[in-house]
Design a protein around this ligand. Structure first.
Ligand code: ADP
Ligand code: MG
Ligand code: ZN
Length: 497
């Protein structure tokens, strides 16, 4: 048999089609213990040490719902505008998998925790204007995670697979979107916004490298103008934004090629190969009845009272979207800057403190996004480890605004703030980096410079006025960069007549 090559459509062919995407996103909820037992959820423990009869699926062991998992799920649901159902139920989803010792997953089926939400996203296509769009959310439900098959790390994994059940029973919420996305950029924007929201409310760290956030992409294509959706393929377990984008783009090119050559798309589950950038068929799509869902007999239904809902809603922090809007209105930021500064809750909390203590919040934003984030990146540090206190960045911008230091002096003060963690006003006084605006003091320096450079003064007077640049430079140098440049210019001109 020769190697199979998959035909991919050309950009011209792809341009005739519309892409339709719906995402199913799995989020590992940040509880300390598992969803139905009290084993720890900590990452990186030796294999099969965080286990007990419940998460090992031993016969007769009884699960008990983790209250915190319901709370994180409900709060996520509220943040994405879903209705939290006062009554929902866990269901058994039966299937065999070596890392699923129970022989079924405990999930939710016809009575999920929450339904009917939406999320507003900002899409940033390459080389085009950003735009906003609302993506519908079908449902959010709770379920337990499976264990892990281990295929590497032992000397005989060419013949054997190992099973680590530490992850078995870790709480997940699955968030299913409507098929509302029309490009890989929209899918990336949706996942970005969703991740941010979940991190803000603290329901999960969403650490994608550890698999705390992973997306299944349902992708189909149809001729532009068609009213019916095409048949979809589902690409499982995408755990980075780059892989999500690449997998969707590969799928689109593969599907369009099939449709263009008169073929049909099979509804199937596919895997993304991160090395080749291709998706490969794994199994034909299972139907709900294949799982023989039925209500979980070992767990009572989940009831979320009005009171509990109210309490949980009251604990929600300001969400990224609202915070961006407020930053734009209160601090005069541009949309893009507000985006950057709300990327994480830590960063937005930092900027908030800096801006509140500053007389120039907009300039403060530039110092945070430029010099501070740059310096942190160079040292591999996070904003939470910033050696500069937010109030001090605010003060730096204020000193410039008040004319106590020039932008140039501020650039000298900033690295000292970063190295020493001290206030800019303190460094300014200590190191004599204050801007001189006192006209008397500046005039004295100017007089010395003019006496010392008679040739240039002569040139200026004979009409070569460009030479004033040289004279300004001499005055600035003599003042060790501290003279207010605007004042120097003004005084020089009047002295030279
Ligand atoms: P299942 O439960 O079998 O996975 P669902 O109907 O719940 O199927 O849909 C799963 C996901 O697939 C949802 O995110 C939905 O928006 C998306 N989806 C459904 N139909 C299509 C389609 N034709 N093209 C792309 N995505 C789709
Ligand atoms: Mg599915
Ligand atoms: Zn356990």
């Amino acid at each position: 048999m020769g190697t199979m090559t998959v035909a991919l459509a050309s950009p011209e062919e792809i341009a005739k089609y519309e892409v339709v995407i719906g995402l199913e996103v799995h989020v590992q909820l940040g509880t300390n213990t598992k969803i139905f037992c009290s084993c720890p959820t900590s990452f990186g423990a030796p294999p099969n040490t965080n286990v007990c009869p419940v998460c090992l699926g031993l016969p007769g062991a009884l699960p008990v719902m983790n209250r915190k998992a319901v709370e994180f799920g409900a709060q996520t649901a509220m943040a994405i505008h879903c209705t939290v159902n006062p009554f929902s139920r866990m269901a058994r989803k039966n299937y065999f998998y070596p890392d699923l010792p129970k022989g079924y997953q405990i999930s939710q089926y016809d009575q999920p925790l929450a339904e009917h939400g939406w999320l507003d996203i900002t899409v940033q296509p390459e080389g085009a204007e950003p735009y906003k769009k609302r993506i519908g959310i079908t449902r959010l439900h709770l379920e337990d995670d499976a264990g892990k098959n281990v295929h590497e790390g032992f000397k005989d994994t060419d013949r054997y697979s190992y099973i680590d059940l530490n992850r078995s029973g870790t709480p997940l919420s699955e968030i299913v979107s409507e098929p509302d996305m029309r490009s890989s950029d929209e899918a990336v924007a949706y996942l970005t916004e969703l991740k941010q929201v979940i991190q803000y409310i603290g329901a999960s760290t969403c650490d994608m490298e550890k698999g705390h956030l992973r997306a299944d992409a349902n992708v189909s294509v149809r001729l532009k103008g068609a009213t019916e959706f095409g048949t979809r393929a589902e690409v499982k377990n995408l755990n980075s934004f780059r892989f999500l984008k690449q997998a969707i783009e590969y799928e689109v090119a593969r599907q369009v090629a099939i449709v263009e050559s008169g073929g049909k798309i099979h509804q199937e589950t596919r895997l993304y190969n991160t090395e080749t950038g291709e998706t490969v068929g794994m199994r034909s799509k299972e139907q709900a009845h294949d799982y023989r869902y039925f209500p979980e007999p070992d767990l009572v239904p989940v009831r979320v009272s009005d009171e509990w809902q109210k309490e949980l809603r009251g604990q929600l922090p300001e969400l990224p979207f609202d915070r961006r809007t407020r930053f734009i209105n209160d601090y005069g930021l541009r949309e893009y800057d507000a985006q950057v500064l709300t990327l994480t809750r830590d960063l937005s909390d930092y900027y908030e403190l800096a801006a509140r203590s500053s007389e120039d919040p907009k300039a403060t934003a530039n110092w945070v996004m430029g010099d501070l984030l740059g310096a942190l990146k160079a040292e591999g540090k996070e904003i939470a480890d910033s050696p500069i206190k937010p109030e001090h960045i605010g003060e730096l911008a204020t000193l410039i605004k008040k004319g106590e230091i020039s932008g140039k002096l501020a650039k000298e003060i900033f690295p000292k703030m970063f190295a020493e963690g001290l206030a800019p006003s303190f460094i300014m006084e200590r190191d004599g980096l204050k801007q001189i605006s006192d006209t008397g003091a500046i005039e004295k320096i100017i007089d010395e410079v003019l006496t010392g450079n008679p040739k240039q003064v002569e040139q200026y007077k004979s009409g070569k006025t460009a030479v004033i640049g040289f004279l300004v430079g001499q005055v600035m140098k003599a003042s060790r960069g501290q003279a207010n440049p605007a004042t120097v210019n003004e005084l020089l001109k009047s002295k030279l007549g």
